[in-house]
Design a protein around this ligand. Structure first.
Ligand SMILES: *Cc1c(COP(=O)(O)O)cnc(C)c1O
Length: 411
C-alpha cells in the first residue's frame, strides 16, 4: 500500500518535472522487470490493466482548459499519453536506467521519431555500416530527402568514426552486436568520441535488451528498441521504444511522437509488459542455448566458420565480455558449398521456422544473402561479409537437444 502511494507521488512529481531521477534505482533488474511503473487504480487490481480508451474526460470546462494549456498534468488523448503505455515506458526506462522512455508503434518508428525529434536540415549522422536494412533505407531514402547527410563506417574501427565526424555531425548511430555477423561496437569509446564533438550516441539495443547490455551506463545518450523482438519475446506484437534523458527523449522525441502519432497501442503495451516480466529468465536461456549451439557448430565438419560473441574464437570476445553480461541468442555460421548448401540445410530442418524474424521463443533460421540482405548488390554483400553460405539462427527456448538434432540431421 505504502509503496503504491510512494509510486503515485513519484509519478506526480515526475509529471510536474520536480523529480527526474530514476525512482527504482534500489531494485535489481528482475524485480524492475516485474514491478516497475505500475500504479494500481482504486479497483486494487494485481495485474496491470489495459486502458483501451482514445480520450479522457474532465471534471468541467475549466479543468479541460487547464489540461490543454499544460497548467495541470494528466491525460488528454491517447496519441499523447495512455496509462498502460506509460506503465510500459516507465518499466523499460527503469530497466535501461534512463530518465524517460517514449513508446512507439514499431522499432522503425522509434528510429524515425528519434531522428525527426533531434535532427534538422543540414545535420549529419555517422552510422555503423552494419545496421538493420530498413534503417539504412530510412536514412538513405527519407532522411536524405529532408537534407540530412549520412556517412557509414566500419563499426569496429573507432578511428573511422573519428574521421567521419564533421562540424555538422549531430548523431552517431549503431547496433551491437550487429546482424548477422555479431560485430561488437565499443560503446564506451564511441560515447566519449561523440561527447568530444558535441554529438549524441544512439544505440539500437534490440539484440541484447537491458538484461544483457545497458548502453546508457556505458555513456550512450539514447537507447532504441524494437519491442517486437526480445521485449515481447513471443512473436506477437509490433512495438518500439526510445530511452534517454528528459531533455532529449522527454522533450524532443516526445514532441514529435505526440504530433506525428506513431504511438504504441495500449493493447500492445500490455503484451510487452507481460513479456518484460520474464525477460531475465528468457534471455538467460537464449544465451545458454546459443552458446551451446555455437560451440557445437564449431566442431561440425561442414561448417566453415561460426560467429557468436561468447566464443573465444570471436574476434572481439574480450570487448563483448567487458560490455555485455550475456552474449545473446543470435548465432551465424557459414556452411561449405555456398548458397546451394545453405538452402539445402535450411530446407532439411523440420523443427526450426524458416523466417527472418528473431527474438522469439521459436528458433528461426534464415539465409541472409537472399532475404534480409538480398537487396544489396553482390559487391555490397561482399563488403558486409555476407557470404552465400551464411546461415543465421535466432536460438529460441525449445530444448537445445532438439535444436541440435534438427540441424545435425540437416548437416
Ligand atoms: C527488427 C529490428 C528493427 C525494426 O523494428 P520493427 O519493430 O520491425 O519496426 C530495428 N533494429 C533492429 C536491430 C531490428 O532487429
Amino acid at each position: 500500500m505504502c509503496r503504491v502511494l510512494i509510486a503515485q507521488l513519484v509519478q506526480l512529481e515526475r509529471e510536474e518535472g520536480i523529480m527526474s531521477d530514476n525512482p527504482y534505482e534500489d531494485y535489481q533488474l528482475d524485480t524492475l522487470a516485474v514491478r516497475a511503473g505500475q500504479i494500481r487504480s482504486a479497483e486494487g487490481e494485481h495485474s496491470e490493466p489495459i486502458f483501451l480508451t482514445s480520450s479522457y474526460v474532465f471534471e468541467n470546462a475549466a479543468a479541460a482548459a487547464a489540461r490543454f494549456s499544460g497548467d495541470e498534468p494528466g491525460n488528454i488523448y491517447s496519441r499523447f499519453t495512455n496509462p498502460t503505455v506509460r506503465t510500459f515506458e516507465q518499466r523499460l526506462a527503469a530497466l535501461e536506467g534512463g530518465e524517460r522512455c517514449v513508446a512507439t508503434a514499431s522499432g522503425m518508428s522509434a528510429i524515425y521519431a528519434t531522428c525527426a525529434g533531434i535532427l534538422k536540415q543540414g545535420d549529419h549522422i555517422v552510422s555503423s555500416r552494419s545496421i538493420f536494412g530498413s534503417t539504412v533505407i530510412l536514412f538513405n531514402n527519407f532522411l536524405a530527402k529532408f537534407g540530412i547527410e549520412i556517412s557509414y563506417v566500419d563499426q569496429t574501427d573507432v578511428d573511422s568514426w573519428k574521421q567521419a565526424i564533421k562540424d555538422n555531425t549531430r548523431l552517431l548511430f549503431l547496433e551491437t552486436p550487429s546482424n548477422p555477423l555479431t560485430d561488437i561496437a565499443d560503446i564506451r569509446a564511441l560515447a566519449t568520441l561523440a561527447h568530444e564533438h558535441d554529438c549524441l550516441l544512439a544505440v539500437d539495443n534490440c539484440f541484447c535488451t537491458p538484461a544483457l547490455q545497458k548502453p546508457l551506463d556505458l555513456g550512450a545518450d539514447i537507447v532504441i528498441h524494437s519491442a517486437t523482438k526480445y521485449l515481447d519475446g513471443q512473436g506477437r506484437c509490433m512495438g518500439g521504444a526510445v530511452v534517454g534523458s528528459e531533455a532529449v527523449v522527454g522533450q524532443d522525441v516526445f514532441a514529435f511522437l505526440r504530433t506525428a502519432g506513431p504511438t504504441m497501442s495500449p493493447f500492445n503495451a500490455w503484451v510487452f509488459l507481460k513479456g518484460l516480466e520474464t525477460l531475465g529468465l528468457r534471455m538467460d536461456r537464449h544465451c545458454q542455448s546459443a552458446l551451446a549451439l555455437a560451440s557445437w557448430l564449431e566442431q561440425q565438419g561442414n561448417v566453415e566458420r561460426v560467429w557468436y560473441p561468447g566464443l573465444a574464437s570471436h574476434e572481439q570476445h574480450d570487448l563483448a565480455v567487458k560490455q555485455m553480461s550475456g552474449f545473446g541468442g543470435i548465432v551465424s555460421f557459414e556452411v561449405k558449398g555456398g548458397k546451394e548448401a545453405a538452402w539445402k540445410l535450411i530446407d532439411a530442418t523440420k523443427l526450426l521456422s524458416i523466417t527472418a524474424n528473431l527474438g522469439d521463443t521459436k528458433t528461426t533460421i534464415t539465409h541472409p544473402a537472399t532475404t534480409t540482405h538480398g537487396r544489396l548488390t553482390p559487391e555490397e554483400r561482399l563488403q558486409a561479409g555476407i557470404s552465400d553460405g551464411l546461415v543465421r539462427i535466432s536460438v529460441g527456448l525449445e530444448d537445445i537437444i532438439d535444436i541440435k538434432n534438427d540441424l545435425a540431421t540437416s548437416l
